[in-house]
Design a protein around this ligand. Structure first.
Ligand SMILES: Cc1cc2nc3c(=O)[nH]c(=O)nc-3n(C[C@H](O)[C@H](O)[C@H](O)COP(=O)(O)O)c2cc1C
Length: 192
C-alpha cells in the first residue's frame, strides 16, 4: 500500500481498513506530500495512519523489504496516486521506497493499481498513464458510479476502493453491483 500526495487520502485509509478486515497483511509507505494531504484532509496523526498498516516504512528507506522482488507480495496499490508519483513510476525513477516498490511490482509482473487523481489532464499525464499501462499497471481513477445512488462520501469512497481491490481478486465488502443488487428497471429492459 502506498499513499502519495494527491487529494483523496481517504481512498488509502479505506483500503487499509478493508484490507485489515480481510486479514490481508499490509505494508505501508506514505510520501512526504501524502502526510501533507493527511493533515489537510483528515484528523489522523502520522502515527494513527501508520498504525493502520501491519508494517509501515519511512519513505526514504530504499533498503526495506518492499524494495526487493524477492520479498513476496500480492502487488501494490497507490491510493491516491499523484501526477508526480505517476511520472516517477512511468519513467522508472525509483528514488524513494514508494517508487522503487512500484518499480518492483512492475518488474515482477505483479498487480500495480494506481488510483490517480488530477483534473484536467495534460498530454504528459496522459502519456505517463499510457506508459505505465504498457508496462502492466492498471490506471484506476476513482471515478464515482452514480447508478449506485450513493448517499454519503463513505459510499463513494468505499465503492471505488472495493472495485480497486476486485483487481487483486479480493472481495472486500458487499457493495451495490450492476446486475446483482442493482436491477435494470422494466422500462430499461424493454429498451434493451
Ligand atoms: C492539499 C493538496 C492536494 C493536492 N492534490 C493533488 C492532486 O489531486 N493530484 C496531484 O497530482 N497532486 C496534488 N497535489 C500536489 C502534490 O502533493 C505534489 O505534486 C507533490 O509533489 C506530490 O509528491 P508525491 O508524489 O511524492 O506524493 C496536492 C497537494 C496538496 C497540498
Amino acid at each position: 500500500m502506498a499513499i502519495s500526495g494527491a487529494s483523496g487520502i481517504l481512498y488509502g485509509v479505506k483500503a487499509l481498513q478493508l484490507l485489515r478486515d480481510l486479514n490481508v497483511e499490509t505494508h505501508l509507505v506514505v510520501s512526504k506530500a501524502g502526510h501533507l494531504t493527511r493533515s489537510h484532509e483528515t484528523d489522523l496523526t502520522r502515527e494513527e495512519l501508520e498504525a493502520m498498516a501491519d508494517i509501515s516504512y519511512p519513505i526514504n528507506d530504499v533498503g526495506a523489504a518492499l524494495s526487493s522482488g524477492s520479498f513476496s507480495t500480492m502487488g501494490m496499490i497507490v491510493a491516491p496516486c499523484s501526477m508526480r508519483t505517476l511520472a516517477a513510476i512511468a519513467t522508472g525513477v525509483s528514488e524513494s521506497l514508494l517508487t522503487r516498490a512500484a518499480d518492483v511490482a512492475l518488474k515482477e509482473r505483479r498487480r500495480l493499481v494506481l488510483m490517480i487523481r488530477e483534473t484536467p489532464l495534460h498530454l504528459l499525464h496522459l502519456r505517463n498513464m499510457q506508459a505505465v499501462t504498457e508496462c502492466g499497471a492498471v490506471v484506476f481513477p476513482p471515478v464515482p458510479a452514480f447508478y449506485t445512488r450513493p448517499m454519503t462520501l463513505d459510499d463513494i469512497v468505499t465503492h471505488s476502493v472495493v472495485r480497486a481491490l476486485d483487481l487483486f481478486g479480493l472481495d472486500a465488502k458487499s457493495i451495490p453491483r450492476w446486475g446483482e443488487t442493482i436491477k435494470l428497471c422494466e422500462k430499461e429492459r424493454a429498451i434493451a
